[in-house]
Design a binder for this molecule. Sequence first.
Ligand SMILES: Nc1ncnc2c1ncn2[C@@H]1O[C@H](COP(=O)(O)OP(=O)(O)OP(=O)(O)O)[C@@H](O)[C@H]1O
Ligand SMILES: C[C@@](O)(CCOP(=O)(O)OP(=O)(O)O)CC(=O)O
Length: 384
Amino acid sequence: MADPNVHRSSTFAPVNIAVIKYWGKRDTALNLPTNSSLSVTLSQDDLRTHTTASCSPKFTKDELVLNDEDQDISGARTQACLRELRGLRKEVEAKDGSVPKLSGMALKIVSENNFPTAAGLASSAAGFAALVRAIADLYTLPSSPAELSRIARQGSGSACRSLFGGYVAWKMGTEKDGSDSAAYEVAPASHWPDMRALILVASAEKKDVSSTVGMQATVKTSELFNHRAEHIVPARMTAMEECIKDRDFATFADLTMKDSNNFHATCLDTSPPVFYMNDTSRAAVRVCEAINTRAGKAICAYTFDAGPNAVVYYIAENEGQVAGILKSILGGKMGWNSLQGRAVQAAEMPKGMEIAAEMLERGVSRIILTAVGDGPRRSEEHLV
Ligand SMILES: Nc1ncnc2c1ncn2[C@@H]1O[C@H](COP(=O)(O)OP(=O)(O)OP(=O)(O)O)[C@@H](O)[C@H]1O
Ligand SMILES: C[C@@](O)(CCOP(=O)(O)OP(=O)(O)O)CC(=O)O
């Protein structure tokens, strides 16, 4: 039976993959970005973090166990999240003397990612969103998802977008204290539910240059980066919000691919250069470009985070022409049955793609078929 002295709350939180990338901080302590960004939240049926936050007068120190391993939580980012959440709980306790004094108790947080951690699959985003949401629920905080996104942002910038489902923007804000740098919902998943994402996992290894380190090097050394932050991204944010509202996939795809390429160009323009894409990534770009050329319009969009994995967005009606062609190349890899049981039929590959296809076959270890999904979900399945 559960120990009545232990208070607990659990959450599932999703991953998000940006289509307008966050890259660069104007304040490293508060994780304030140099540009706004926009992402698609992916379905938790496929990729998710499950976190239980618990507290008890019997616990002696704060701890976080991730995938069965004790984590060091002394870092400033995790500490900032815990401090802010405890502060809000103190306000709840000050208003209502009858509620238990949870803010004074040590926390035990147990979390599991059902996908590789620190491998460019946005584990820090799902991880910090789940941590903040689970503690906020444990503390019964009245905070809105936008308020919680400001806290999660301090754990990892991209985490602020995982507090919402669907299509989510992170407004960079201008205030020095970060009070206006938070995420908001551009449109719920139900607005454009047929958005699909196929992830080509080119590497599940831990990457060499973390996002945090890579983006600071770019801010310091790339001139191209200033142009991106000041001119390119602001115009793209407006255009991207509009095409999401209009469900205009061709424009969505064009902006997504351009923004990924522009972000990776700033990585190349960094001294010394930072390489996240590899030969497998470039083969994925070639195959997607060939699919679009054959279709006569953009029916798929590739995007790459700080790693070689390709995320390919497309809409359900084009599944045959996008996922089908990729299946003709990668049919032997694991993961084709994950889209809620729907099978993808292999389709004929465009001509002239043989070399890129061979490269892709060699470099992709598995695929993940998924779709746009909703925001964090409370759960009664506890890990403590
Ligand atoms: N479930 C979790 N709970 C708390 N923290 C987590 C969780 N999952 C990951 N993290 C934190 O995020 C770190 C990994 O972040 P990192 O940015 O290196 O990789 P990533 O998020 O997988 O890749 P990317 O941000 O490039 O997509 C982990 O070392 C851990 O500190
Ligand atoms: C390329 C990206 O995925 C970078 C994500 O960076 P993080 O959010 O992992 O960085 P920190 O704020 O330092 O934790 C683009 C994006 O998700 O917008």
